[in-house]
Design a protein around this ligand. Structure first.
Ligand SMILES: Cc1cc2nc3c(=O)[nH]c(=O)nc-3n(C[C@H](O)[C@H](O)[C@H](O)COP(=O)(O)O)c2cc1C
Length: 205
């Protein structure tokens, strides 16, 4: 099959786009606003995107009817910092609950029964229990294309990773052990996956 995205004429019951680029890791993004009010939300438009320095991105999008701008965007624009905790199998339910659409004043940590752990170099805290956390400083926000910006807008938040926490329990023989880390990742629809197997393939010379 082939479809043109401008027409979205795929003929399938659901838009297949998000199930074509998979799996997408889930960055569980903590930010604070100017007053220090905490926000937590999962993003699957999230990835590592640079080295020297290490960099990550997450992409908040929004409908105009909902105010357009997500707290995770507004806060990082106000205070310039975020923490990406990596969501795992163990915390999957809390991750799901933390994505609830709630008022800016609502603390998603309390809502999802989660606790915070302080970061070392930035103000937003880490998600306690997540085995890996990336402390980040905002480098830039890029607004992406939008068919109709009065209805739906997209941005990318790019950050420099200034600190990395890796729980010793997920390190085996000096390497991050994926079978202990067990990150979850988004597939399309309401589907998720975990990293349960891997294979090694050396780089060509
Ligand atoms: C697994 C998962 C992945 C998500 N990925 C994104 C994403 O990449 N971009 C986005 O805008 N919203 C995404 N969402 C929805 C946001 O988490 C949700 O809109 C959240 O309420 C935004 O919170 P905020 O307004 O506090 O920033 C995702 C939700 C889930 C459950």
């Amino acid at each position: 099959m082939f479809y043109e995205t401008a027409r979205n004429d795929h003929g399938l019951p659901h838009d297949p786009f998000k199930s074509c680029v998979v799996p997408r890791p889930i960055g569980w993004i903590t930010t604070v606003d100017r007053a220090g009010v905490l926000n937590l939300a999962p993003f699957s438009y999230f990835n590592a995107c640079g080295d020297h320095p290490p960099q990550v991105m997450y992409a908040p999008s929004g409908r105009h009817a909902e105010g357009g701008v997500k707290d995770s965007l507004q806060n990082v624009q106000e205070t310039g910092e975020f923490v990406a905790s990596l969501a795992t199998w163990e915390q999957r339910e809390a991750m799901r609950i933390s994505s609830s659409h709630v008022l800016r004043s609502v603390d998603e940590f309390a809502l999802a029964g989660l606790e915070t752990e302080p970061a070392r170099l930035v103000r937003p805290p880490r998600v306690k229990g997540a085995p890996i956390h990336l402390e980040c400083r905002l480098s830039r926000v890029v607004e992406l294309l939008a068919d109709d910006p009065s209805r739906f807008r997209n941005w990318i938040v790019l950050g420099r990773v200034v600190g990395v926490h890796i729980d010793d329990s997920v390190i085996t023989g000096g390497r991050v052990d994926q079978s202990k880390f067990r990150p979850i990742a988004r597939l399309g629809y309401a589907d998720y996956t975990t990293v349960d197997s891997h294979f090694e393939m050396p780089f060509p010379d």
